[in-house]
Every structure is written in C-alpha cells, then in structure tokens.
Design a binder for this molecule. Structure first.
Ligand code: EPU
Length: 334
C-alpha cells in the first residue's frame, strides 16, 4: 500500500500529474475482499490508465487492479476457454495466445491497457471487437462487496460501449475475464491496411502470428507510443449518424469516408472530420493532436488534464458548427 497523497503521473498514459488521496494495489480477490465494501463514490478503479483523462486531483482512493495470471479452464480440438486476471496486461495476453496458437484476438495486438478494462470499452481494432471472443467476467460491486458473474448477453456490448459505461459505470471492480479462443482459425483481414501489408509482404497463407505482426507494424506506424508521447489512443468515438442525415452530409461533402452499419445508420471517422478542419498536428502549448492521426490527442510534456479537456472541447465545438455532429469522447474523463 502506498500512503497519501500520491501522484498518478506514472499511472496514466497521458502522463497527467494529478494526485489521489490513496493508491491501493489489489493483487488478488482476497485483498479486494479485505478492502470492500466502500461506497463507490469514494473510489475509482484504475487499470492500465490508458483510457482516462485526469482533469484534476482525485479526492478519492484509487484501487489499482494488479490481479494477473492466465489459466486454461477447458479445451477441445476447436477451442480453448481461458481465464485472465483483470489486471493482466492486454497485449501480454494477446502475445500469450499467439505463442500458444490460440486465435481470435490477434487483430487486437498492441492495444494498451488491462484485460479488466477491455470489456468496459469493448476494445476493437482492424475489424474485430473483444466481445466476439468474450464469454463471461467476474466483478465485485464496490458498494456491497459482493461478487457477480456477468455473461456476454449481460454486458450489453456495443461499439466502444458496454453496461460498464452505462448503469454500472464506476461501480464495480473486474477481477477476471473469460475468453473462448480458437484452435481452427478464421483470420480477419478485410481491413484495408492489413490487405495492403499482405501484398507488400507477399504472404500467401498467413498465420495468426503474421496477422499479429502486421497489426503491430500498422499500429506503430500510425499511433504514438505513450512511453514517448502521452496519449490515450482515439480520444473520440467515431460518430454514428442516421442515413438521412448522412445523405445530407455526403451531398455537401462528397469526399467524406463512411461505413454503412445497417439500413438506418452510418459511421463516419472522427479523425477525418477533425483533420478536414485543420486540426491534425495542431498544438496549443503542450496540448495537441498527433501529426499522423487527428483523432489522437497528445501531451507534449507538461499539459494539464484541464488544458487537454479545453482543447477537446474546442474540437467538439468546431466539428459541431461545421458538420452538425457532436463528437463523444471515447476516453473516460475523470
Ligand atoms: N483519417 C483522416 N485523417 C486523420 C485520421 C483518419 O482523414 O487524421 C481518415 C482515414 O484516412 C480513414 C478514416 O479516417 O479514411 C479512418 O481512419 P483509421 O483507419 O486510422 O481508423 P479510425 O477510425 O481513426 C479506429 C479506432 C482505432 C483503431 C482503428 C483501426 C475508434 C474511435 N478508433 O480509428 O482505435 O485502432 O480504427 O481499427 O473507433 C482506439 O480506440 O484507441 C483506437 C486507436
């Protein structure tokens, strides 16, 4: 246990120097049970700190999820059911799966953060979301101290969304997550950047390791490494608009990239909207957008969370004024 008050600078990938009253490391369910119950308004649960923006000091305790480990629970010729500690590093888990020949999550290589945070955000990249391989999780209700198992259908997964961003927001601690991984793989290589890499590398029969390596290369070329430049990946969600609104937009902005979701809705890349308005690579003081991806906000050094949030609000306002679309942050603003 580390005593108070403690800086969270090393615990968030934006590198914001904000503090909390007390930082409590949780290494096991037993340690968690000793601490709980605590009214949820008095605590925050922290994983890898890769999807939060600290806008000021937290006058709360922070529970740092450090529950690690991977266990194979069941397997047959086609699948393996694994249980992973909520505080386990996500990318290490993907690397473990790839090295054992277990497939499904290779497109999610190099995503920063912990396994316990993956369902909250329903992390996704290059055509795959974690929900497709998710089976169940164990969570503790902070206020009651009781544990519960939630199945896939209980979690209400959507695009970068789940019950943990809705009714259960800030109310629980995820101790373990179970995934069903494949032994007979169905590789997912529809994403343009992956297709391009396959041709470049002249790989005719790719393996899950090849896909993982290509995704790592693509991510490294497009996204900043938080160890070198503070960031939280995509800062905003890609907005989803109705088809009728989209038809009006495309008439005015024929170049607008878009992905049809169903008959009624269309997704538009927020990075493109922000880029079009001249914000790519822009910098005000120590806050900016990444030079290669306008959707990623960066801390060039000593930015505060308040400055980052003000910058984000300027972007939201300009996109709304120009396109009539309200961007919603993907990161959790604390
Ligand atoms: N674009 C621009 N300018 C930019 C950025 C993007 O014009 O500055 C255009 C691109 O040319 C492309 C489109 O926008 O036509 C989409 O860009 P990209 O393929 O880079 O993906 P994205 O929609 O910006 C999403 C996820 C990423 C994920 C990638 C790959 C969200 C909010 N972001 O980004 O996830 O890695 O697709 O699947 O859904 C994250 O969540 O932190 C994250 C990095």
């Amino acid at each position: 246990m580390i005593s108070n008050p403690v800086s969270l600078k090393a615990y968030n990938t934006f590198g914001i120097d904000a503090s909390c009253d007390r930082l409590i490391e949780i290494n096991s369910e037993e340690e968690l049970s000793e601490i709980l119950p605590i009214p949820h308004k008095e605590v925050r649960v922290l994983g890898g700190g890769s999807n939060i923006l600290l806008t000021g000091d937290l006058e709360r305790k922070v529970l740092h999820n450090q529950i690690k480990g991977i266990k194979v629970l069941k397997e047959n010729d086609s699948y393996v059911l694994v249980e992973v500690g909520g505080g386990h590093d996500w990318h290490q888990f993907v690397m473990w799966a790839v090295s054992h020949g277990y497939g499904g999550i290779e497109n999610l290589s190099l995503i920063p953060g912990t396994v316990g945070a993956a369902p909250i955000q329903n992390i996704g990249a290059y055509g795959v979301e974690q929900s497709e391989f998710f089976v169940s999780l164990t969570m503790y209700d902070l206020t009651t101290g009781k544990d519960h198992i939630l199945l896939e259908e209980d979690c209400r997964f959507g695009y970068r969304d789940s019950i943990f961003k809705g009714p259960l927001k800030g109310k629980c601690f995820i101790t373990s997550v179970r995934y069903k991984l494949t032994k007979k793989h169905e590789l997912r290589m529809d994403y343009g950047a992956i297709k391009k890499k396959l041709v470049e590398k002249m790989i005719a029969y790719p393996t899950i390791r090849d896909v993982s390596e290509m995704v790592i290369e693509i991510r490294k070329s497009k996204l900043p490494d938080p160890r070198e430049l503070g960031n939280s990946g995509s800062f905003f969600k890609n907005p989803i608009v109705t088809t009728s609104k989209f038809n009006r937009l495309i008439a005015e902005f024929p170049e607008m990239p878009h992905y049809s979701i169903d008959d009624e809705t269309v997704k538009i890349p927020a990075g493109w909207l922000i880029d079009q308005l001249g914000w790519k690579g822009k910098r005000i003081g120590d806050v900016g957008t990444y030079e290669k991806q306008a959707l990623v906000l960066v801390n060039h050094g000593k930015a505060t969370g308040g400055e980052l949030w003000d910058f984000a609000k300027m972007i939201i306002q300009e996109v709304e004024d120009h396109y009539g679309i309200v961007l919603i942050p993907e990161v959790n603003v604390w």
